[in-house]
Design a protein around this ligand. Sequence first.
Ligand code: APR
Ligand code: ZN
Ligand code: ZN
Length: 359
Amino acid sequence: MVRAALLTAPGRPLELVEIDLPAPGPGQVRVKLAAAGVCHSDLSLATGLLRAATPVVLGHEGSGTVTAVGEGVTSVRPGDAVVLNWAPACGSCHLCSLGEPWLCENSAGASAEPYAALADGTGVHPGLGVAAFAEETLVAERALIPLPDGVPLAAAALLGCAVLTGYGAVHNAARVRAGESVVVIGLGGVGLAVLQAARIAGAGPVVAVDVTPEKEELARRHGATDFLLSDERTAKGVRQLTGGHGADHAFECAGRASTIRTAWSATRRGGRTTVVGIGGKDDLVSFSALEVFYFARTLSACVYGNSDPVKDVPVLAEHVRAGRLDLESLITDRITLDEIPAAFDRMAAGRGGRSLVVF
Ligand code: APR
Ligand code: ZN
Ligand code: ZN
């Protein structure tokens, strides 16, 4: 039996339960979690803003050690350190064949079927196919990314979502170049990772924006050169900090229509907004037909940082080894499984950086 934080239905509190995890079947791998980050998408799944089949073990930002492999598994062995991938690409669908594995048409399938059972036999779903809020998990072989040398195993969990997403938003999606100006709205684990990636790109100025003033100190530590509180004057404030033009790039990391609109308004004519946050289906953002033409801006989203994790995690690891990427400072709270609800509360109040469940 394995201890897990279970969501029985949207809006219900998480419950600590024991689940029965079967031995790995063909193509499956069992992983003992070292750590799991608490991402806003877990909170959105827990509240019902995003939908998930229940009961479910959430948690999609994890790292750990392989303990057993099923028939036909060739890429990992027991004892290997791995990062979990919540969007494992099939490699053969239309979008994979176009070279966009982050949009794989078959990546979301795993969470539809139960992977474990409660004591009474009820099937339990793996959140985003990963189910990292448990001592151990069972995933498909392709959901594993081998952990390169030199990255501490627990902190490496963050590579599985926040850092891959934030770094990829800057380097793969927006392709920020040295000297370009950047604004980042929403400074949780993802937004802070975007700030670090902008620093690595040599961007400047890098303006950080949040609703909570206590994020300023955190933001500056992660590479922000300026900080603004989020309100109706934010776009104007960004223009003032960028010679009156607006930023070359905006990154929306709060998952709201209002911040998407602010991000777009904060960019220069011809600037680019990259939407990283995941908002609700009824949260609408509007643009006038004239301004869409006049400002000639680009608005696009990125999924999982438009990354190919197998290629990009080694790049991130090289940045970690060289001291350019600081995983440790992203982690502001180390917690246990039963403290995830408190981490959700901190997140809802806009406090702290990443909370990391350490097993
Ligand atoms: N303006 C600016 N910042 C805001 C606003 C707003 N109107 N509303 C919330 N924020 C800030 C919060 O104060 C917090 O600092 O956005 C930040 C969000 O951080 P987290 O809750 O820690 O979220 P994170 O895990 O970083 O995810 C960010 O990316 O993956 C998606 O679903 C995820 O949409 C979420 C986003
Ligand atoms: Zn996430
Ligand atoms: Zn595919």
